[in-house]
Design a protein around this ligand. Structure first.
Ligand code: PEP
Length: 248
């Protein structure tokens, strides 16, 4: 089984000085047996990479363009990111909700990330209305079908899926471990239906108000291979404690 993966999404937070201090603190205390990843804002990728130095903590980006190059003012392409980092978060709910990213756009971004040789962390998850209507699994399956529609079944093996219920992101209200486990199993079922071998091994992360306190319970279910962490990733002590909790 792959090492648990703990990914910190710093979002649009931290000035350069604080970003470097956080990178040094996280990079100096890697947790053995856990792949830790930090995803700073674009302008801090190079300085954070340098601050991490030879640390096993890896670098990721929070987004990328769907096109590899050209007249796309303000965008950053996957081939550019491939010179700096290993992972790219794709289809975060904040990008879906605030920046109008649809499944077809996310599908193109996922393909661009794979073509650049990077690992996409593809985010899926229902909002509160959808959960209350009993549609959570259908929404997540639709996100998977849409976001991975441009990817050959065998290449899906190079993706990571993050289940991030929208109602849990940044709210302090995490899913229960049972709900997270049930959705991870539903995601696994969908993946296996596309490709038996790939679906049974592909890492599934949980994201949404993960803290040092709730991490052990949320990361215990068999189908959950790690966490995507927002707020708590801005605190080196909390982020490292979450990684400790992920150690199996
Ligand atoms: C996220 O934004 O991906 C996230 C999980 O945020 P938080 O941990 O703050 O809920």
């Amino acid at each position: 089984m792959a090492s648990p993966l703990i990914v910190g999404n710093w979002k649009m937070n931290l000035g350069l000085r604080d970003a470097l201090a956080l990178a040094v603190a996280v990079g100096d205390a890697p947790v053995t047996g856990v792949q830790m990843v930090v995803c700073p804002p674009f302008p801090w990728l190079v300085p954070v990479r340098d601050a991490l130095g030879g640390s096993p903590v890896a670098l990721g980006a929070q987004n990328c363009a769907s096109e590899p190059q050209g007249a796309h003012t303000g965008e950053v392409s996957a081939p550019m990111l491939a010179e700096l980092c290993r992972f790219v978060i794709v289809g975060h709910s904040e990008r879906r909700a605030t920046y109008g990213e649809t499944d077809p756009i996310i599908a193109r971004k996922t393909r661009a990330v794979l073509e650049a040789g990077l690992t996409p962390i593809v985010c899926v998850g229902e909002n509160l209305d959808q959960r209350q209507r009993g549609d959570a699994v259908a929404v997540v399956h639709a996100h998977l079908a849409g976001s991975l529609s441009e990817i050959e079944p065998a290449a899906i093996a190079r993706c990571i899926v993050a289940y991030e219920p929208v109602w849990a992101i940044g709210t302090g209200v995490a899913a229960t471990a049972d709900d997270a486990a049930a959705m991870a199993a539903a995601i696994r079922e969908w993946l296996v239906s596309i490709h038996q071998d790939v679906g049974s091994t592909l890492p599934i992360l949980y994201g949404g108000s993960v803290t040092a306190t709730n991490a052990a319970a949320l990361l215990a279910p068999e189908d959950i291979g790690g966490a995507l962490v927002g707020g708590a990733s801005l605190d080196a002590v909390a982020f490292t404690a979450i990684a400790e909790a992920a150690r199996r």
